[in-house]
Design a protein around this ligand. Structure first.
Ligand code: GLN
Length: 487
């Protein structure tokens, strides 16, 4: 493969602006690589080759004329298939939306276009973003480029797999309970879930609105800061978007953790945490200590209840969000001549949704139903408040909290898909950040038998600067490519 496919987005932009790389050549070689390896990985649902090459030629012309270009000038980007792209199929990896061509672009998509990136295609994911392995896709599973027998994590598995295998240079994912950080960790890439409200969700097909955010999946920390700088910022079209001035996160790439206070909650190393995962994360903490950071082991008791609270809230919200797909207003419609509304409605939903999505709709509806609402949904919301308070208290003393991104290594395709509880358990360390709205990043910190391990770093709301500082220092001093393999 041409070596520029291994370059970061930052480096691509530099080369393009310096007239050292033609965007058309680079984009064409991304598609060449896709042609060679995509059949084994299956990261894409839809490729947008013609549009991409056209856009590449336009950018080359503007560069030639020395016109002003955007911050992502020419960079090939992969977009998760739950973000609306005008006139380009957006399926959410569901039969229900197999033929949905949105009439508008999501705000994030508009923003990456405005910065002159080139969209390579729409990425595979778990159906409606429900899952942790990208096995629940109507279009079939994505394979992990680090080991093709393994899952790439989910639900933004296509996005992470494409970046990890250089079939795209940048990617956008969405994270409701870990869907950016989990695949980032499993594919040895960087993934950031921004603070709730920092990035517009307008045009993101909703799974659980109160929990989710769109964010970057990238090869390194610098690219992550670059992409966040492009997509963050107030959007009047999303009522939960925070009215803060746009920031340049690149200025927080500081190689210095001197006097940074790190809290390590022991609950993030709970039952089921694999030995090498814990070891690699603790080694990372020691490495940061070696560079001047201080750390302390702490306990956040409420975290024991984070996972059940998350699943009750996420399923409840999804049961309400997915009610609109009935084949009459939205979504797949079975060819049926019957005029009985109820029969047609049921058939559309029975055949249009996959098994996992239906399970969640049923459980979510149950949790919200009269008589059970107080017992489940309300209780989960109370737990959410307790967890939030615990984090607030911890952040009075610590700048960041760290732990594993996932308790386990990437697992085999098929290994957990039949056992929903085992699959849900994978999210135990990622859901707290969604319940509390705080930002959280996953960066590679080691391997075990060739499989990647992720270090998760969390900070108070809108303190992405701290995440970038700690993550950048780690990357700069220990280099992701040089990380240790714990045999
Ligand atoms: N795995 C979690 C779930 O299935 C998180 C998914 C996500 O973040 N979209 O709910």
């Amino acid at each position: 493969m041409p070596n520029y496919l291994e370059l970061s987005a930052y480096e691509i932009v530099e080369k393009v602006k310096a007239h050292e790389l033609r965007v058309e050549d680079y984009i064409a070689s991304l598609y060449e690589r896709i042609g060679k390896i995509e059949k084994e990985i299956h990261a894409y649902i839809t490729l947008t080759k013609e549009l991409a090459l056209k856009k590449a030629r336009e950018i080359d012309k503007r560069i030639k004329k020395r016109e002003k270009v955007g911050k992502l000038c020419g960079v090939g980007i992969a977009v998760k298939d739950n973000m609306c792209t005008k006139g380009i199929r957006t399926t959410c990896a569901s039969h229900m939306l197999e033929d949905f061509f949105p009439p508008y672009d999501a705000t994030v998509v508009e923003r990456i276009y405005d910065e002159d990136s080139v969209m390579i295609g729409k990425m595979n994911m778990d159906e409606f973003a429900m899952g942790s392995s990208t096995e629940h896709s109507y279009f079939g599973p994505t394979h992990n480029p680090c080991d093709l027998r393994m899952v790439p994590g989910g639900s933004s598995g296509g996005s992470a797999a494409a970046v990890a295998s250089s079939m795209a240079t940048l990617a956008l994912g969405s994270d409701t309970g870990g869907s950016i950080r989990c695949p980032a960790s499993f594919c040895s890439t960087v993934g950031l879930k921004p603070t709730y409200g920092l990035v517009s969700r307008y045009g993101l097909i909703a799974y659980a609105n109160s929990l989710e955010q769109i964010g970057p999946i990238t090869k390194d920390v610098r690219d992550c800061a670059l992409l966040l700088s492009c997509i963050a910022g107030h959007d009047p079209l999303d009522s939960t978007s925070v009215n803060k001035p746009q920031e340049d996160y690149m200025k927080y790439l500081i190689d210095d953790v001197d006097e940074v206070n790190i809290g390590v909650p022991c609950e993030l190393f709970g039952e089921g945490t694999q030995e090498h995962v814990a070891k690699s994360v603790w080694d990372a903490v020691s490495k940061l200590e070696g560079l001047g950071a201080g750390y302390e082991e702490i306990s956040l008791k409420s975290l024991h209840y984070a996972l059940p609270a998350y699943y009750i809230i996420a399923m409840s919200e999804s049961s309400s969000n997915l009610a609109r797909y009935d084949g009459l207003r939205y979504g797949y419609r079975v060819p049926d001549k019957s005029y009985d509304w109820s029969t047609v409605f049921s058939k559309n939903r029975r055949l249009g949704f996959g098994f996992e999505v239906k399970r969640r709709i049923i459980l979510g509806t149950f949790a919200l139903s009269a008589g059970y609402y107080d017992e489940y949904y309300l209780k989960a919301q109370k737990i959410r408040t307790l967890i939030k308070r615990d984090f607030e208290t911890a952040f009075e003393k610590f700048d960041v909290l760290v732990g594993p991104t996932l308790p386990v290594l990437p697992f085999r395709i098929g290994e957990k898909v039949e056992d929903p509880l085992e699959m849900y358990m994978c999210d135990v360390d990622t859901v707290p950040a969604n319940l509390t709205g705080i930002p959280s990043i996953s960066i590679p910190c080691g391997f075990s038998k060739g499989l990647p391990i992720g270090l998760q770093i969390m900070a108070p709301p809108f303190r992405e600067d701290l995440l970038f500082r700690v993550a950048f220092t780690f990357q700069k001093n220990f280099g992701f490519a040089r990380l240790k393999d714990y045999e």
